[in-house]
Design a protein around this ligand. Structure first.
Ligand SMILES: [Zn+2]
Length: 421
């Protein structure tokens, strides 16, 4: 049981104690704490007898074995802790069968578990018929500049996994795009800047009336009138799963249409999906269109949309449809889709490890978020979140169950063994 290993716990506690939120520093491109975490991780790997490379504190690599290359990639940086923690987010806390701390599940424990799995296989004298290259990033959460820097110095293997997603194994990730729609300003209202970030459902939006307001219409659309301010309240959700949220911008447009403003195309195509884009999909997922940000500018109103498409499609496939909206737009690719045929050996090596260790018979799954797995041509996100569980990733009280840490270790151990055979 990995959790009985004191050294592992000390390492994890130390990594959690470092507030590896993005920062800046001297010779520390993502801040001192990220640099400390990276140096510690690489030092540990060296102590275990592995070769290491430090890419100028941007990115690290641990190498073992020889033969065809296979990559594993995780990260040591975290998103800010936010409000609402029951424990200190930067103190590893063991409580009721769980360990709490910012970064415990995303992604400090998982990548450390991979390192310990490599160590055990090495100590057991298992023959490595592949060259394992384990990568640790420090800028996954805010821009992937670590990966960019690495690519300017070296090349990723074609195959690999990332312990930064879901079990049993992820065979596809949706393509992520942004569409920026530009519409003319309104006659009788101005839009207030609404929404926080393009990949989160807008939870609050508002407009300001220039003249008199029809209170009945405000009520009809479930809006709140506050002087000449008309407010709309929704519920946020991650951009990859907009169906879990309630978009606050939509009712405002419904209202504006009723008021005689010229927003019919916006209502029909962007919010009511007149062209049935959301029906376009397959076993890698369905298309989602989520207008999450709105901002009135000098010359127009800008609506920023998170647009995710099945992994088997490209943005260009959708351009003729978006043209039909009849709204001025600019569509930009944000993350290429990732697709690994389920018949590929990598999918089976990983899936078999999961099924064997847990004694289950699961199938590969698609994912709508993007992970580091996409640095590989054939990459799979693989754990650490188990089906139906929520580790509070990016939320307060992030945790992993001790039992899951032990299971994850056994699964990674078996998976790497399958791979290096
Ligand atoms: Zn992550």
């Amino acid at each position: 049981m990995l959790f009985d290993n004191k050294e592992f716990l000390e390492d994890l506690a130390y990594l959690i104690s470092l507030k590896t939120v993005q920062g800046f520093g001297d010779n520390a491109p993502f801040g001192e704490e990220n640099k400390k975490a990276l140096l510690y991780f690489l030092e540990k790997a060296k102590k275990f007898g592995f070769e290491t490379v430090n890419y100028d504190n941007y990115f690290g690599e641990v190498i073992f074995g020889s033969g065809e290359e296979f990559g594993i990639i995780g990260h040591l940086d975290v998103v800010p802790e936010g409000e609402g923690w029951a424990t200190d987010p930067y103190t590893l806390t063991v409580k009721e069968g769980k360990v709490f701390g910012r970064g415990v599940a995303d992604d400090k424990a998982p990548i450390l578990i991979c390192l310990y799995a490599l160590k055990e296989l090495k100590e057991r004298g298992v023959k490595f018929n592949k060259k394992i290259r384990l990568f640790v990033g420090c800028n996954e959460e805010s821009g992937w500049k670590d990966v960019e820097y690495f690519k300017s110095k070296s090349k990723f293997p074609d195959y690999g996994f990332s312990p930064d997603g879901d079990f049993p194994v992820v065979f596809s990730e949706k393509g992520i795009n942004r569409i920026y729609f530009s519409i003319p300003k309104l006659k009788n209202y101005t839009f207030n800047k609404s929404g926080t970030i393009v990949n989160a459902v807008c939870a609050y939006a508002s407009i300001t009336a220039k003249g008199k307001v029809d209170e009945k219409l405000v009520k009809k659309h479930g809006l709140k009138l506050n002087g000449n301010l008309i407010e709309s309240f929704g519920k946020t959700a991650h951009g990859s799963k907009p169906e879990l949220g309630v978009n606050a911008i939509k009712p405002l447009f419904d209202y504006l249409l009723d008021c005689g403003e010229r927003v019919k195309e916006v209502v029909d195509y962007i919010f009511n999906d007149k062209l049935n884009l959301s029906k376009i999909g397959d076993d890698t997922g369905f298309t989602t269109l989520s207008a999450n940000l709105i901002e009135e500018r000098e010359e127009d109103i800008l609506i920023s949309v998170d647009f995710r498409i099945p992994a088997t499609k490209v943005l260009e496939d959708f351009i003729p449809l978006i043209e039909k909206f009849g709204i001025k737009y600019n569509a930009v690719l944000s993350r290429k889709p990732l697709f690994v045929p389920k018949t590929e050996r990598i999918v089976n090596d990983l899936l078999n490890a999961y099924n064997e260790v847990l004694g289950v018979n699961e199938s590969p799954i698609p994912q709508s978020g993007g992970t580091f797995a996409s640095v590989f041509k054939r990459g799979c996100a693989f754990g650490p979140e188990f089906p139906g569980k929520n580790n509070q990733i990016h939320e307060p009280n992030e945790f992993m169950e001790i039992d899951d840490i032990n299971k994850t270790y056994d699964i990674y151990l078996k998976a790497i063994e399958n791979i290096i055979k």
